[in-house]
Design a protein around this ligand. Structure first.
Ligand code: FE2
Length: 199
C-alpha cells in the first residue's frame, strides 16, 4: 500500500459501480458509502491538493472518469472562505475530510426568488448528497475563520466543465459560470513499483 492507494481504491470501486447501470439514487447511496470509507482516514491526500489559496476557495481535480460520467475533487477552504449561492445541475456527494463546513440550502420560487430552508454543519467523516430538482441550490462556507477545511466531492459529470450558475439570493439574479479547476496536474495513482518495494 502507498499513501495514495485509498483514493485509487475508491476510483476503482466507483468505476466498477458504473459497470452495471444503476438508477441515480442507488448510485448515490453506494457512492456515499464508498466515500465514507475514503474519508474515514486523513492520510492519503497529497499536500499539493490540500493547499488553500489566500484569494478564494480551491477546487483541485483528483480524477475524472474517461467517459466524464463522474469526477472527484478536493475542495479546499482557507479560513472564512465561502461560495456564492450556486447550483450544480448534476448529482453530487460531499464528504468532509478535515475541518468543518456549513451548508445553507435554498429553494427557488416560481417567480425566481430564493429562500433559505436549512443550514447544516458537516464534520470529518460525514457525507452529504446533492440531487438536481431536490436540493440543488446552496451556499457553502468554511465553518472556521482560523483554519483550513477540506471536503472531497464526487459529481455526476466532469464538474469543472459543467455550465451552471451563481445567484444573488436577494434578487434571484443569475450569473452563468463554469468552475474549471485550480490545478494543472492530477495525482499519480498508478506507480505500483512503490508498493512492490514496500511489500
Ligand atoms: Fe456546491
Amino acid at each position: 500500500m502507498t499513501a495514495i492507494s485509498p483514493l485509487r481504491d475508491f476510483i476503482v470501486e466507483f468505476t466498477r459501480i458504473h459497470a452495471s447501470p444503476l438508477p441515480t439514487p442507488a448510485l448515490q447511496t453506494k457512492g456515499a458509502s464508498l466515500l465514507e470509507k475514503l474519508i474515514s482516514r486523513d492520510d492519503w491526500l497529497p499536500e499539493e491538493f490540500a493547499r488553500p489559496s489566500p484569494e478564494r476557495y480551491s477546487q483541485y481535480l483528483l480524477h475524472c472518469d474517461p467517459l466524464e460520467r463522474f469526477s472527484i475533487v478536493s475542495f479546499v477552504w482557507g479560513p472564512g472562505q465561502k461560495t456564492p449561492l450556486h447550483d450544480h445541475r448534476v448529482w453530487g456527494l460531499i464528504g468532509m475530510l478535515r475541518g468543518r463546513e456549513s451548508e445553507t440550502q435554498f429553494v427557488r420560487d416560481t417567480d425566481g426568488h430564493f429562500h433559505a430552508t436549512k443550514t447544516r454543519f458537516l464534520g470529518p467523516g460525514e457525507v452529504s448528497i446533492l440531487t438536481p430538482d431536490v436540493n440543488d441550490y446552496h451556499l457553502v462556507a468554511n465553518a472556521f475563520d482560523d483554519q483550513t477545511s477540506i471536503s472531497i466531492h464526487v459529481y455526476g459529470a466532469n464538474i469543472g466543465g459543467v455550465a451552471r450558475a451563481t445567484y444573488d439570493p436577494d434578487t434571484g439574479q443569475e450569473k452563468a459560470f463554469i468552475s474549471g479547476y485550480s490545478n494543472e496536474e492530477i495525482p499519480n495513482l498508478w506507480d505500483r513499483s512503490r508498493e512492490r518495494k514496500a511489500a
